[in-house]
Design a protein around this ligand. Structure first.
Ligand code: SAM
Length: 200
């Protein structure tokens, strides 16, 4: 489904100005001209790298478990480095990144695996670094049949934003900001955004 996803979500037109304000705030905390090392964790076809490249000069690298997504992201951003890996087992040194973006990428993580993913993201982030999360709010699973026009059932996990905040704090993050907004337009669920920091 990677091509269909990349075509449907080619840019950030679906995001609300509030959502993007969280990304801008995250970028500002990292320092737009700092050359910060940023990991786009679950980068998909790389549309968030395009957005951040337009507002900051960061050294961005992407990782995704889907080889086809990584291929599309590499094509869109030939000068960037990408890896195929699971968020639970990342191929980076401890404290390698100044920032980690997990934009709608924990939505395929079952609740029993959330702590492993968050603690791996915490491991690769330097003390003082920031991580930004975006996800659909709810309980249980969301099932989409014939996802993106394919004969595929797409299963994703809904998360309560307070529960994610608690999970972040449990693995050592502090939460600097939490935004939860109601559904807009065609959205079925509220959306939440959490800016977390690895303490110094
Ligand atoms: C909804 S897409 C979001 C992609 C991108 N962040 C964006 O906003 O366009 C979710 C992405 O996370 C990736 N993903 C989900 N679980 C993952 C995991 N455990 N490890 C690595 N990537 C994962 C998927 O392959 C997919 O590309």
């Amino acid at each position: 489904m990677a091509e269909s996803y990349a075509q449907l979500l080619a840019d950030t037109a679906y995001e609300s100005p509030l959502d993007l304000a969280m990304v801008r705030h995250f970028v500002a905390e990292l320092g737009e001209t700092s050359g910060a090392r940023l990991l786009d964790a679950g980068c998909g076809a790389g549309r968030m790298i395009t957005f951040i490249d337009a507002i900051a000069s960061f050294d961005i690298e992407g990782v995704d478990v889907s080889s086809r997504m990584v291929e599309l992201a590499q094509r869109a951003h030939p000068a960037r480095r990408f890896s195929i890996a699971d968020l639970k087992d990342l191929p980076y040194e401890n404290a390698h990144f100044d920032g980690v973006l997990a934009w709608y990428s924990i939505i395929h993580t079952p609740t029993v695996e959330l702590a492993s993913v968050l603690s791996e993201l915490h491991r690769v982030l330097r003390p003082g670094g920031y991580a930004l999360f975006g996800f659909h709010v709810g309980t249980g699973e969301r099932i989409i049949r014939h996802a993106y026009g394919h004969d595929v059932t797409l299963q994703s996990q809904l998360y309560d934003d307070i529960a994610v905040q608690d999970a972040l704090e449990d693995v050592g993050f502090t939460v600097a900001a939490r935004l939860r907004r109601g559904p807009r337009a065609t959205e079925a669920y509220p959306q939440a955004f959490l800016l977390a920091r690895r303490p110094l």
